[in-house]
Design a protein around this ligand. Structure first.
Ligand code: FAD
Length: 391
């Protein structure tokens, strides 16, 4: 399958991928494109389209990060382009994949024992098992390390979990959720693979969102939930290990932010060719072209930044500050670009019929999840100055 150049990839940077990666991306694009037809309706209904899960899993993206489950050894740069491709169609779809592959499988891939990886990664990759990631709590978001209140108490071969989690994506339908909890014995954060059918675990959908309405976020309460030692992530010793998972997923959120910009930009370009004012398509007006050119400039710069941060991952030299800078910078540019794209659609830019308004609203969630703009700036600030302004 041939990969045609995206209108938003002005410098044709996708062509740097290997032929095998370009083929995989073309197949993913072919699967994702028809989903445009159903996302608006589901967004308004506040429902996740469960029928998309099987075709998405068939593309391999739910397991493409791990040796055990990847169909070919693609690079981090390829995986980034895949995140862009999905977000370009819809940010809720890319978020679903980000939670399943990046956060849930990512926790097991980065912090699980070989046996845990062998048991869970293939089942997550095929979507036989759906996963979620429970770090944020009602009283701790940015302060997730220090402020974590959920506790884990060891009793023989079992652990007893008590606490509450908030905002947990995919959690209303997930089969397992990775729960991060503080061991009462040593005060360190540990990770647990918790089946959502466990007695004492309840989940309640968060309603009335204005962004990523298709993503099913839940509040989770854990009351004396018993988990065997075999479900404790064997290589998660402290919050540093949780941060290892987030480092990788933040870089992919940066790519998804570029996808949101690309989706909004491509829809805006279409609109400006169709809408006429003063006797010609608005695409011919100078100030409209200025907004489109500024958008394309931001997208192009952000693609280049994302390619480099993923290359650093491929070369094993990406650290927390590198992915934090990419996440903060691209999501800030995304907010500007979706606003410019909304602007060129005039009044029609505030109804979702032309797609731009949905990208505009969804951008707000990407800006704040996986570390807010401020927290990612502070991680970069720590790297610049050697002083942590938030610990
Ligand atoms: P707060 O931490 O209360 O922050 C509020 C404001 O204060 C922000 O602007 C923040 O930047 C600012 N602030 C806080 N501390 C400082 C400081 N020291 N200096 C400067 N500014 C500061 N979590 C999960 O665990 N799993 C998920 O699957 C998940 N999915 C999500 C999906 C969506 C749609 C959303 C919205 C959130 C999701 N989250 C998830 C939670 C997300 O990661 C948190 O919302 C985020 O980390 C911010 O935490 P908070 O909302 O508690 O905001």
């Amino acid at each position: 399958m041939t990969l045609s150049q995206l209108p938003s990839d002005f410098y044709g940077m996708e062509s740097q991928l290997t032929a095998e990666e370009q083929d995989a991306l073309a197949r993913l694009r072919a699967v994702m494109e028809p989903m445009r037809a159903i996302v608006d309706e589901h967004w308004h209904r506040d429902e996740f389209p469960m029928d998309v899960i099987a075709p998405i899993a068939a593309t391999g993206v739910l397991g493409h990060s791990w040796e055990e489950t990847q169909t070919f050894p693609g690079s981090a740069v390829y995986r980034g382009w895949a995140a862009l491709e999905m977000a370009r169609v819809d940010a809720s779809l890319s978020t679903f994949v980000g939670v399943q592959n990046g956060l849930a499988a990512g926790s097991i891939g980065a912090c699980g024992s070989p046996e845990q990886r062998a048991e869970w990664l293939p089942r997550l990759a095929s979507a036989e098992v759906l996963g979620a990631f429970g770090l944020t709590e009602p009283l701790s978001g940015s302060d997730a390390a220090r402020g974590l209140r959920t506790t884990a108490r060891r009793e023989g071969d079992e652990w007893v979990l008590d606490g509450a989690k908030r905002w947990i994506g995919n959690a209303t339908f997930a089969d397992i959720v990775i729960i991060w909890a503080k061991d009462v014995a040593d005060g360190q954060v540990k990770g647990f693979i918790v089946p959502t059918t466990s007695p004492g675990l309840t989940r309640t959908k968060i309603e009335r969102k204005i962004a990523l309405r298709m993503v099913q976020n839940a509040d989770i309460v854990l009351e004396g939930v018993r988990v065997p030692e075999s479900l404790r992530l064997q290589r998660a010793e402290s919050f540093r290990d949780t941060a290892r998972v987030l480092r990788l997923t933040r870089a992919e959120v940066a790519w998804a932010a570029v996808g949101v910009m690309a989706g909004a930009y491509e829809a805006a370009v279409r609109y400006t060719g169709e809408r006429e004012q003063f006797g010609q398509p608005i695409a011919g007006h100078q100030l409209v072209q200025d907004l489109l050119a500024k958008s394309l400039g931001a997208i192009t710069a952000c693609i280049a930044l994302c390619v480099q941060v993923s290359r650093m991952q491929d070369e094993d030299r990406q650290d927390d500050a590198h992915s934090a800078l990419a996440k903060a910078y691209t999501t800030a540019r995304m907010r500007e670009v979706v606003a410019w794209c909304r602007e060129v659609c005039g009044g029609n830019g505030i109804v979702t019929d032309h797609d731009v308004a949905r990208f505009f609203a969804d951008a707000e969630a990407l800006y704040s999840y996986e570390g807010t703009f401020q927290m990612n700036q502070l991680i970069v600030g720590r790297a610049i100055t050697g002083r942590a302004a938030f610990a």
